[in-house]
Design a binder for this molecule. Structure first.
Ligand code: ADP
Ligand code: MG
Length: 749
């Protein structure tokens, strides 16, 4: 279209001005002009700010009466409800503290099955019946709220006539103050349940699993130490993430809509020089880290480490481990804080498992163990034969639990995002196995071969001493640490490495706690049965351990989990390799899983089935959104750029022809015209076919079948479309290309 500008008397050809492509260049220019935000701790000590926004033991002492303080501490310790009359007092103290910090609002903070956290802010401010204003926050407001929450995932648990949902205070996780701009809000960690008590979140079943494990583990501890009254599961997570410039991210619809790139040719340089891992942290990212760390410290999140990860623009942070309930809260809270603080720095923090093809994705290692109230880490090899038998008991039971419920553990980390990582030779495969290292393998082999049905006093002594003698070496020799294992013993804890970076840790942790609780319960029954026959306790324990070692042998693997040989070997062993989420999720609803969850009081039938449905639906929605976004990107960004470029080529060829030149003069251009046409057709045909496949899938009423269709009939088009689009990116004139390229996203900041 040509338009005539009356004043300048110049005709402008609008098709020559590519308005859209300038967005990319505007973004690139913006980075250059970006004022570098300087952050830092100044002369602040971390200890001076740590926990300053948390209603912790110290502030409770200050703001609560002695009676209220004791009542709260007591219910935290014993996991019981706070008395109603105490709740008013605690609420008043909490409000006093929050106001002294400048908070004006409060919210029940919860973790619905959307994968993010939810808040609904209410003001302390209220109007009395006589019209006067007061500030109020009483026990009722603290204990329970009814958020207008009919639009959270519920998997059919709530029909509209019973759409009420409740949040209920979890006193075992401390209240905290969240800052956003100059606003401050008192946040009360809560569970989220339906009107009839069915859980609609991550926290409620996690708390149940913690209680189940506590009971089962204490019972087993009593074989060794009668003084143990409580066992808590501990979690130390390691969070991987990418950081890119926000200006660039904003002009990539795929990053905005899906948190990952759906297109983009890999840059000439990726991670092959291996120059990023532990390299020096870029200044802009460093400022961001220092800023979010300070926010984290105020919230009592005990961050310890930060470093570059393997891929360009990839980083990691990790705290000191905590009780699993608090560690889960802290991880979800931190992801939120990081997202917010990144904005201040005009950066974007990507928690997605696979934001960029061709470079590593992000995981979240979950380091898990159990600790007693007597201060013993149950997965730490002991110093005496007796404590070593205790260690061996919990160690072998963990392996047995993972063996018996490997598919369920796999299901607990399944998501559309994580499917891009597992088995892609950068993360553990989708096959669950356990790595224990050479020394402990030898110990287990020894127990297996040397424990007899009947043995002499002397056998017993030798055996115990041998176990004891061997284990300490493990602590010194970590050289054979296997980085490819999905579930590895690392000296005093197990590290579940297959968890996705954006996941809520509660999902794998509640499964791990539950399968461990169940296995320990069975262990106790098995040991007691032998003791009842008149056998000595230690011998009974060793005999059951031997049996468990034999039974769970095929889950142990010490070799390279990334290798093809392992996939074959695992198949021979009968271990499953569920590569996609829809098939992995089936493990939630097998007879064995149902029995596990029902008998340990973690989920009811309706809760479990609803959860399965929600996870399938989430998968479908994620892939659907990606499909739509990809279709849009290909049609509205890639094709116009390609056609534009092709037009230029055509004009060029025509011009050369008009000059009377022979075909050899424009051979290359003609060839390019053809190449571009081929890929334009490739995109067009595949986008159309993908659309049809989506329609077919959407018509499928059964969510399980629909998820399968999205997985096997819609998703494969993504690769096809991407292939053609990425080829076009390589040939089309750079200035016509509208989407920031990988080299810009990954290397510019
Ligand atoms: P890496 O795997 O990178 O070598 P580290 O050995 O530094 O990591 O530890 C990783 C995480 O394991 C940290 O968060 C640490 O606090 C946690 N961790 C250490 N001991 C335990 C434990 N007993 N229970 C749970 N987590 C633990
Ligand atoms: Mg690790």
């Amino acid at each position: 279209m040509k338009i005539f500008l009356p004043f300048s008397k110049i005709t402008v050809d609008l098709s020559k001005i590519n308005i859209m492509s300038s967005l990319r260049f505007q973004a690139l220019r913006a980075i250059q002009g970006e004022e570098k935000k300087i952050s830092g701790y100044g002369d602040k000590k971390i200890t001076a700010i740590f926990g300053s926004h948390v209603f912790n033991g110290r502030t409770m002492r200050e703001f609560l009466s002695d009676e209220a303080y004791k009542s709260l501490q007591n219910s935290v310790k014993s996991g019981t409800r706070v008395e109603r009359k105490m709740a008013d007092q605690i609420a008043a103290g909490m409000k006093g503290w929050a106001e002294s910090k400048g908070a004006t609002h409060f919210t029940h903070w919860f973790q619905p099955l959307t994968g993010t956290t939810a808040e609904k802010h209410d003001s302390f401010f209220n109007i009395k019946s006589d019209g006067t204003a007061i500030e109020i926050f009483d026990g009722d407001a603290l204990i329970q709220q009814e958020p207008d929450a009919s639009s959270f995932p519920n998997g059919g648990i709530r029909a509209t006539f019973e759409a009420r949902g409740y949040t209920a205070w979890d006193p075992s996780s401390p209240a905290f103050i969240m800052e956003a701009g100059s606003g401050k809000t008192l946040c009360i960690p809560t569970i989220f349940i339906a009107y009839n008590g069915e859980s609609l979140d991550y926290k409620a079943p996690l708390l149940k699993s913690i209680a189940a494990l506590d009971k089962a583990a204490v019972d087993v501890c009593h074989y060794f130490d009668k003084n143990v009254n409580k066992v808590i599961a501990t979690l130390g997570w390691e969070q991987e993430y990418f950081v890119i410039d926000e200006n660039l991210a904003n002009v990539r619809p795929d990053l905005l809509m899906c948190g990952r790139t759906l297109l983009g040719h890999s840059p000439a340089k990726g991670q092959q020089l291996e120059d990023h891992y532990f390299g020096s942290i870029p200044e802009r990212v460093y400022a961001f880290m220092q800023d979010f760390e300070q926010e984290a410290y105020k919230l009592g999140i005990p961050l310890r480490t930060r470093h570059n990860e393997v891929a360009p623009a990839q980083f990691e942070c990790a705290p000191v481990f905590e009780e699993v309930n608090i560690a889960v809260d802290h991880n979800t809270l931190l992801m939120d804080v990081m997202t917010k603080v990144a904005k201040r720095h005009k950066l974007k923090a990507l928690m997605h498992e696979k934001p960029f093809a061709g470079v590593n994705g992000s995981g979240k290692h979950n380091n898990w163990s159990m600790a007693t109230d007597t201060g013993v880490n149950l997965l730490s090899p002991g110093k005496t034969p007796r404590t070593n038998l205790m260690f061996l008991t919990f160690f072998v039971n963990t392996i047995k639990a993972v063996h018996d419920y490997a598919d369920l553990l796999r299901a607990s980390i399944a998501s559309a995002n994580n499917d891009h990582r597992l088995g892609a030779n950068e993360a553990p495969p989708a096959i669950i196995s356990v790595y224990v290292g050479k020394y402990l393998s030898d110990v287990l082999d020894e127990v297996e071969t040397r424990v007899k049905d009947k043995f002499t006093e002397q056998d017993e002594v030798i055996l115990k001493l041998d176990i004891h003698k061997q284990i300490p070496e493990l602590m010194m020799d970590n050289t054979d640490r296997n980085r490819t294992s999905p579930f590895a013993f690392t000296g005093n804890k197990f590290e579940f490495r297959a968890v996705g970076s954006s996941a809520n840790c509660a999902s794998p942790m509640l499964v791990l706690n539950t399968i461990m609780a169940d296995t320990l319960k069975q262990f106790k029954k098995d040991v007691d049965a032998i003791i009842e026959k008149g056998e000595k306790k230690e011998i009974a324990i060793l005999q059951v351990l031997r049996a468990y070692i034999t039974k769970s042998k095929n889950i142990r693997f010490e070799g390279d989990n990334y290798s093809d040989e392992w996939a074959e070997e695992a198949k021979r062993r009968g271990l499953n390799n569920f590569k996609t989420t829809p098939e992995a999720l089936d493990a939630y609803v097998t007879e064995a899983s149902k029995h596990l969850f029902y008998s340990n009081g973690i989920f009811t039938q309706r809760e479990l089935e609803a959860r399965h449905e929600i996870m399938l639906e989430e998968y479908v929605k994620k892939v659907q959104i990606e499909g739509r976004t990809l279709g849009y990107l290909a049609t509205n960004h890639v094709l116009p750029a390609a056609i534009n470029y092709q037009n230029t080529l055509v004009e060029n060829v025509k011009g050369l022809k008009d000059l009377g030149l022979s075909e050899s003069a424009y051979k290359a251009q003609l060839n390019l015209v053809e190449v571009v046409s081929k890929h334009i057709n490739g995109i067009n045909d595949n986008v159309e076919a993908m659309l049809q496949a989506r329609k077919v899938a959407n018509n499928e009423p059964d969510m399980h079948v629909r998820a399968g269709k999205y997985c096997h009939e819609v998703k494969p088009y993504f690769d096809q479309i991407r292939y053609h689009a990425d080829k076009l990116e390589l040939v089309v004139d750079d200035k016509l290309w509208q989407l920031p390229k990988y080299r810009e996203l990954l290397f510019m900041r």
